[in-house]
Write a protein that binds this ligand. Structure first.
Ligand code: ZN
Length: 239
């Protein structure tokens, strides 16, 4: 019996080799520490390419598709307008792909209904659905970051399930393709949240916790911040 359990554990690990996952937010000259400048971002992409890294999607990884020798998954949280205006052209110019985690309640119907939020004295402009559709059509993967970007550990199970499921269904209705991956708002994950996200129909979830290990619903991401240099990114993912 013990051998059977061990075989299952080994199998689960070998099916999904570790792929480094990087987290970005805004690609802009924003004032906050989460905003990476366009120049720094392009330098990061070029450094990854020079070091032999090739971008892959969660979908291909979860499906067990053959991966390049040095795979990396690039992710972007919160669905800022610059994901479309700045990150997308930089990625496409290099033949790269990425995964964008959106908050549907922050996505406007069109440019005339763009959501602009004021928070901590800063202004955040978000994507609109036609931009999201263009990103999806360009081969970018779209995931969910919760319906309202709420701190899930503070919520009862039913509300967590609702935040995860409603956001998935809303994005799927707009893009007509499955939404497979969830990013916990504030990278805040807990055991019960992992079950709720799985039951809400996702194949995997990402967090900032180093404790996730091989748990497909707590995949560890490394953050890229305003101060992070391309060399630091390479050093981090080489570990
Ligand atoms: Zn977020």
């Amino acid at each position: 019996m013990r051998w059977v359990a061990l075989a299952v554990v080994l199998c689960a690990c070998s099916e999904r080799p570790q792929v480094p996952i990087l987290t970005h937010h805004s690609i802009s000259r924003g004032a906050d520490e989460f905003a990476v400048s366009p120049e720094r971002f392009e330098a990061e992409l070029d450094a990854l390419a020079r070091a032999g890294f090739r971008t892959v999607s969660f979908h291909d990884w979860l499906d067990g598709k053959p991966l390049p020798a040095h795979p990396v998954i690039l992710t972007f949280d919160d669905g800022y307008e610059d994901a479309y205006s700045t990150a997308l052209p930089a990625l496409r110019a290099r033949g790269m792909t990425a995964t964008f985690f959106l908050v549907p309640s922050w996505i406007g119907a069109d440019a005339a209904h763009r959501v602009v939020r004021e928070e901590d004295g800063m202004t955040f402009r978000h994507l609109v659905w036609p931009e999201v559709a263009a990103m999806s059509a360009a081969g970018m993967e779209i995931g969910s970051h919760g319906e309202g970007h709420l701190r899930l550990p503070d919520l009862p199970d039913e509300k967590v399930h609702e935040e995860a499921q409603k956001s998935r269904l809303e994005i799927e209705a707009h893009l007509n393709r499955p939404v497979e991956v969830f990013a916990y708002p504030y990278n805040a994950s807990r055991g019960r949240l992992r079950s709720a996200v799985r039951e809400a129909g996702y194949r995997a979830a990402v967090s900032g916790s180093v404790h996730g290990g091989a748990d497909r619903y707590e995949l560890f991401r490394r953050g890229v911040y305003a101060r992070t240099t391309p060399d630091e990114v390479l050093r981090e993912i080489a570990r």
